[in-house]
Design a protein around this ligand. Sequence first.
Ligand code: ATP
Length: 382
Amino acid sequence: MAQISFQNVSKTYAGGKSAALTDLNLTIKDGEFMVLVGPSGCGKTTALRMIAGLEEITGGTLKINDTVANDLAPRDRDIAMVFQSYALYPHLTVGENIAFGLKVRGAKSEDVATKVRETAALLELTEFLERKPARLSGGQRQRVAMGRALVRSPNAFLMDEPLSNLDARLRGQMRAEISRLQRMRAVTTVYVTHDQVEAMTMGHRVAVMNKGTLQQLDSPRRLYDSPVNMFVASFIGSPPINFMEAILVAHEGGPALRIGPFLLPLPASADRLSPRIGGKVIAGIRPEAFKVTDGPAGPGTLSAKVLFVEDLGADLLLHLDSGEISMGHADMTEDDRDVMKSSPKLKASIDGSHRVSRDETVNFTIDPNAILVFDADTGVTL
Ligand code: ATP
């Protein structure tokens, strides 16, 4: 078992324009399921490969338990890694591929056979045990690669987008299976993905990264409820949060938001924002915070014309004309502001039992506790 800790770890690739990782401080506890998530190029694979010993560390210290591991050879780390590109031995059958890691470590052949059978059953690979990789689909190969790691009991599992080639059904099933197995065996696991659904459903804690820096390390629930900035708020949650330009105003003795023609009161905890009354901020409201109301428009409600309805069965995703509301997004530049003006859409996710049609104007109430407020210049949560 292992605790893995990054202490001020940086990485600049030879010839790389900017740092792939900057001052990463992150401790993965023994037995923890840690997810590294972020957009393409944010440095998550680099961090994972450093743990495996496949990437040189250009600054800082990586520790595995209490040992400095910066220069430890990969084979001395006893870590099992599942890559995005599943490197299988083409001349070996599925069963032999899964058994390989156990055999080279000298496991007894009855034990190997039992473990291979159990792992294959878990991954729905039993009927393919005698096949060679060339005669498997991409998803089946990916499951064999996963099997090769899961069959062992290493210090830690490292997984780099291991479900990317599976169809939606298998992906959902494997998400649950990997989480269950991890809980059962309590092996430290570091899982890299750009898929926030995987991050939210699998991670005990999730490290959200952007451009080589750690943005927030927290439980999935806290990332959703209390993101530290607009980047995290927009990356976590699907469909993504709506950002709107707003002015902080005084309303019935406390701060409220003026968003275009609408007035949205804030909860009592927003008193901390009183010194900023009169200033510009960005409001963040998740699509699921919009509740359809038959009541009159007034403080706490927002109305908008429906441009398009996506019927997802359980929910309806409404694309709304934002009208006089100026929309925004994380990392917004002046050019982006112009683009947002030409495609101003608000999104609301409502219960599928509602009947809503195109061109209808709908009134929504917004729960004051569901409103996030960000600094308009820095994007940091206020
Ligand atoms: P993805 O989800 O696309 O795999 P990632 O978040 O895993 O992305 P990394 O692969 O860690 O990102 O890459 C981080 C940065 O380092 C990127 O800007 C990438 O272009 C750069 N990079 C990665 N590998 C190399 C390399 N071998 N040489 C130079 N630059 C590299």
